[in-house]
Design a protein. Structure first.
Length: 347
């Protein structure tokens, strides 16, 4: 058994999203065989830890090499041409922005449950509440602990396995936030540089609604893997969601898909399902712009109240929790597609 033999076997493993085998796509970084130790080490260009599709690829690799008599050791990394000094957030594999064209569509709720859901899968996750004018993520998860600092770096607190940072931690409870564009740019840049995120698989960014200075600062500063656009089925929300799509398109940022929030209400008394804000708008928007539809989240009072101690709904059981879990897996899978396609097209 040599490297060529291993690669020949790996040529039978297909990428479920890119439509070819992992060898032809350039997704096998390296193969090393240690006959003395009886191991074969395979490095794969997989960039979305704990995404179901990438986990399936890893399982298929193990199966392809199962009868070689060698112990299979897998690792995953996306090659990066930048040095550590040149990288922004060098310890973060994926930065995912959660955005909306307008307020009131449940963007922060989606961001919180996305982060908690990724953590539940086993990923190392951070959540950056970048809505500088209306930060409310700490309240949503009942985060009472504040960040610690040594005067140079900020150590974020954790809730439900997610590292949290928010402007709410840095302002007084009733302090109005009145900042102009340059001030927003400065504070966002400082928070990115000064927060000790450590090693993360995903950093979820909860953006303010609209297409203003904060969004532009993040697009220009951070290496985004992609964005999630949140809308409701209403026409006015869909119209504003298109503005968000155009903003990301102008900055060559991948859109991982459309999430439709408040997609119907199941009456707890009669069991009937009521489409209060209409139906199918998010899916139609995704189809119109040839984008993935990440899933629909029903209107559920439990989302507002949360579980015990501010627990996100995605960590519970039930119809709404299952809907969030589908969204989480779709986001992770699509982040993986972006990373693997970048490797394949750039080789």
């Amino acid at each position: 058994m040599n490297e060529a033999d291993v690669r020949e076997r790996l040529a039978d493993v297909r990428d479920p999203d890119l439509g070819d085998d992992i060898v032809s796509l350039g997704l096998v970084n390296d193969v090393k065989i240690d006959e003395g130790a009886g191991t074969v080490r395979v490095s794969l260009a997989l960039g979305a830890p704990f995404s179901p599709n990438e986990s399936a690829v890893a399982d298929d690799v193990r199966e392809a090499l199962a009868d070689t008599g060698l112990d299979v050791e897998l690792s995953a990394s996306i090659p990066d041409d930048l040095s550590a000094d040149e990288q922004v957030l060098p310890g973060v594999q994926n930065v995912i922005a959660v955005a909306s064209g307008k307020g009131g569509v449940g963007k922060s709720t989606v961001a919180v449950n996305l982060a908690a859901g990724l953590s539940q899968l086993g990923a190392r996750v951070g959540l950056f509440d970048a809505d500088v004018y209306g930060p409310n993520v700490p309240r949503m998860v009942s985060a009472e602990e504040r960040p610690e600092t040594d005067g140079e770096t900020i150590v974020p607190p954790e809730r439900f396995g997610v590292k949290l940072m928010s402007m709410d931690f840095l302002t007084g409870e009733d302090d109005p936030v009145i900042w102009r564009g340059p001030m927003v740019h400065k504070i966002i840049t400082q928070l990115v540089e000064d927060v000790e995120w450590g090693e993360l698989d995903y950093l979820v960014m909860d953006l303010p609604p609209g297409t203003g200075d904060t969004q532009l600062t993040i697009l220009q500063t951070l290496p985004l893997t992609g964005a999630v656009i949140v809308t409701t089925p209403q026409d006015v929300a869909l119209d504003d969601a298109v503005k968000g799509l155009r903003m990301f398109g102008k900055h060559d940022t991948n859109v991982l898909g459309i999430a439709e929030n408040m997609a119907g209400f199941r009456c707890p008394d009669c069991g009937g399902f009521h489409e209060i804000f209409g139906s199918g708008g998010g899916k139609a928007l995704a189809q119109e712009h040839d984008l993935p539809f990440l899933g629909g989240i029903p209107l559920d009072p439990e989302v507002r109240t949360g579980g015990d101690d501010g627990e996100p709904v995605v960590l519970e059981d039930g119809e709404t929790a299952d809907a969030f879990k589908v969204l989480v897996e779709n986001v992770a899978n699509n982040a993986g597609v972006v990373r693997r396609r970048g490797v394949s097209e750039g080789r």
